[in-house]
Design a protein around this ligand. Structure first.
Ligand code: 6GU
Length: 256
């Protein structure tokens, strides 16, 4: 996948691309990236990229001309062009998977109060928000989107890690433990240590349900209550499950 990020502050993003798993994916040739400074496409004497809002109102808006030229040079709107903005569609794992299928992605980061609507109308294909809160600029949001997407590209990380994690099943991930099995008086649930794989599987599914019920009950809305999973959910509810991890028996240790 070729990723282009269009920003007034590409140096914020550079460090992210040159570290850790992302760095390895670039070295393996699974990803290439280009950071485009919008100011390089501002051709007036002061390389001005923002201006006041027509009709009045606070703050400054990003001007259309530099954005238009930078995006055209990057290949928009023929290539998928994501503008990260708090007024976009709420980003989720399904959208991340969709974007992961693209050969090319362009991410546009806004600053100030946003960008001129004509750029959205002519060059943007997707408006994406990463959550119901406001950030001071789009760079961090663009990195969130890129991170969620690139790790789904085959070869970047192992497939087992992908299929077990939160959201891939529609449920939150079950609690996990590593050695030692007993740390002070904190003990790993017996079932996980004993090696009965069917019992472990059942414990994990139930623990996932308990956790999802506690933190994200809306994720359970579409579960068919007559299915195997639905019956287990009913069991969890009947047992008064769905409390968080800071209450007794949080991890469903009595649930095998
Ligand atoms: Cl994508 N950008 C900004 N500036 N704020 C946000 C956001 C994006 N998503 C949530 N808040």
């Amino acid at each position: 996948m070729r990723i282009k990020v269009i920003s007034l502050f590409p140096e914020i993003i550079e460090a992210y691309f040159s570290a850790s798993i992302m760095k390895r994916a670039v070295e393996k040739g699974l990803i290439s990236y280009e950071l485009v400074n919008i100011r390089d496409y501002a051709f007036d004497r002061h390389r001005k990229c923002d201006d006041e809002v027509f009709g009045g109102g606070p703050g400054m808006l990003m001007k259309p001309e530099p954005l238009d030229r930078a995006l055209a040079a990057a290949g928009s709107p023929e290539l998928r062009t994501i503008y990260v903005t708090p007024s976009g569609r709420l980003f989720n794992q399904v959208m991340a998977l969709d974007f992961a299928h693209e050969e090319n992605l362009i991410l546009l980061c806004g600053r100030y109060e946003g960008i001129d609507q004509r750029i959205i109308d002519t060059r943007v294909t997707d408006l994406v928000s990463i959550g119901d809160y406001v950030l001071s600029s789009g760079e961090i949001a663009a990195m969130v989107v890129i991170d969620a997407v690139y790790r789904l590209i085959p070869g970047v990380i192992s497939h087992e890690s992908l299929s077990e994690e939160s959201f891939s099943s529609g449920l939150l991930e079950y609690p996990q433990y590593t050695r030692p099995a007993k740390y002070d008086n904190l003990i790993v649930p017996e079932v996980l240590v004993n090696g009965n794989h069917a019992a472990i599987e059942r414990w994990r599914l139930k623990a996932s349900l308990i956790k999802t019920l506690a933190y994200r009950p809306e994720l359970l809305q579409n579960i068919d209550l007559t299915s195997e999973l639905g019956r287990l959910l009913k069991e969890v509810i009947d047992e008064g499950g769905g409390h968080g991890p800071h209450t007794a028996d949080s991890s469903g240790t009595n649930s095998n």
